[in-house]
Ligand binder design. Structure first.
Ligand SMILES: NC(=O)C1=CN([C@@H]2O[C@H](COP(=O)(O)OP(=O)(O)OC[C@H]3O[C@@H](n4cnc5c(N)ncnc54)[C@H](O)[C@@H]3O)[C@@H](O)[C@H]2O)C=CC1
Ligand SMILES: O=C(CO)COP(=O)(O)O
Length: 355
């Protein structure tokens, strides 16, 4: 029997609700903060979240509230499950009720536009606390709600945070693996949303399994190149927060980002798709932010560039496939053979041929 830990989950969308259900299932007192008081009342009355997870029966020990002070009072571990666009704002609101001994863990898979910041950076800046972590992995909320077996990663350089999250969340259907590479885990979760949109589009265009497999593998090369430029460890991309999350979101229609890509591939407009989703698909904004950052830092990201044109410059999804095949033939794994060396060899034979 493990010790009971009081947990607050800030954000009662699909993921926050699924997470609260696991925590409570494991016997820990659980608060769930939602901004809408009527939704909080409905959750407490019906023991389910009628807006985001209507089919998930919540343990009665999940207590919903729209009062941040009440949610955070006495909480030892706080999960932040707010979409990236509202993350900083909610954390600022919560700041007066937070204490340095509390452990703060972000589950958000996106970037803050101002300054291109990760959620772990926002947590450090806004709170100045040291017990910080990031949770990321192949964790589709609807599968978690059905207790389908899966795993996740708690990334933190603080051993108390890693061990506590493993103890609080781990159970017979959910395994929690530890990592110290916060940026790697966080970037894996945020960047894979981009490629899930591309994969959904490829599926809608009827592309074959070879194509989808190449797309995912080149996505892994591209996302790890970007992440390493921002200080992440490339090895993290071999784990659940890297390739694990990439596979699930690039293959499952349960992923909202994949569904955005599918709908675009079927000829719907981006506005139409986002409007009809009713939930967040972080990848749309992430494409825009990552493209700007890659341009600024001179990082080669052909898939991001091509997807940006489809999402924001009215290029057709078929053009994206064409541009993907027209790019330079580069290195397979650049941590084995650097891209510059391949380019140099190509230039050498071109020179010889033209002499
Ligand atoms: N749903 C999933 O399968 C998973 C989601 N995530 C990540 O978790 C984060 C949250 O996603 P979901 O719960 O799925 O989103 P959702 O769209 O299902 O729900 C969003 C929740 O955040 C609230 N919210 C939105 N903007 C807010 C703001 N400015 N202030 C306060 N509350 C606000 C909404 O009212 C709602 O409760 C995202 O970054 C997502 O990528 C991570 C793992 C899995
Ligand atoms: O991050 C997720 C699964 O790990 C959820 O993906 P979507 O946001 O695309 O639904």
């Amino acid at each position: 029997m493990t010790a009971s830990v009081t947990v607050a989950v800030i954000g009662g969308g699909s993921f926050g609700t699924a997470l609260a259900s696991i925590v409570a299932d494991n016997g820990h007192p659980t608060r769930l903060w939602v901004r809408n008081p009527e939704l909080a009342e409905a959750i407490n009355r019906e023991h389910r979240n009628p807006r985001y997870m209507p089919d998930l029966q919540l343990p009665e020990t999940v207590q919903a509230t729209s009062d941040l002070e009440e949610a955070l009072e006495g909480a030892e571990l706080v999960f932040l499950a707010i979409p990236s666009k509202g993350f900083a704002q909610v954390l600022e609101q919560a700041r007066p009720f937070l204490k340095p001994e509390q452990l703060l863990v972000s589950t958000t898979k996106g970037f803050e536009e101002k300054g291109f910041k990760l959620m772990s950076q926002l947590m450090a800046e806004i709170t100045g606390f040291t017990h910080l972590g990031v949770l990321s992995g192949p964790n589709l909320a609807s599968e978690l709600a059905q207790k389908q077996l899966t795993g996740t990663v708690i990334a933190s350089d603080d051993d108390l945070t890693r061990a506590t999250v493993q103890q609080v969340l781990g159970n017979r259907y959910f395994r929690v693996y530890a990592n110290t590479d916060i940026y790697g885990a966080e970037l894996g979760g945020a960047l894979k949303n981009i490629y899930a949109i591309a994969a959904g589009m490829a599926a809608a265009l009827g592309m074959g399994e070879n194509t989808r497999s190449m797309l995912m593998t080149r996505a892994l090369a591209e996302m790890s190149r970007f992440a390493v430029s921002l200080g992440a460890n490339p090895m993290t991309f071999l784990g659940l927060a890297g390739v694990g999350d990439l596979i699930v979101t690039c293959t499952s229609p349960l992923s909202r980002n994949y569904r955005v890509g599918q709908a675009l591939g079927q000829g719907k407009s981006l506005d139409e798709v986002v409007e009809s989703l009713g939930q967040v698909a972080e990848g749309v904004n992430t494409v825009r932010l990552v493209k700007a950052k890659a341009d600024e830092m001179g990082i080669y990201m052909p898939l991001v560039q091509a997807l940006y044109l489809v999402l924001f410059e009215n290029h057709s999804p078929r053009e994206m496939a064409g541009s993907m095949m027209g790019n330079e033939q580069s290195t397979d794994v650049e941590f084995v053979l650097p891209r510059d060396e391949v380019l140099k060899s190509a230039q050498k034979i071109t020179r010889v041929a033209s002499d």
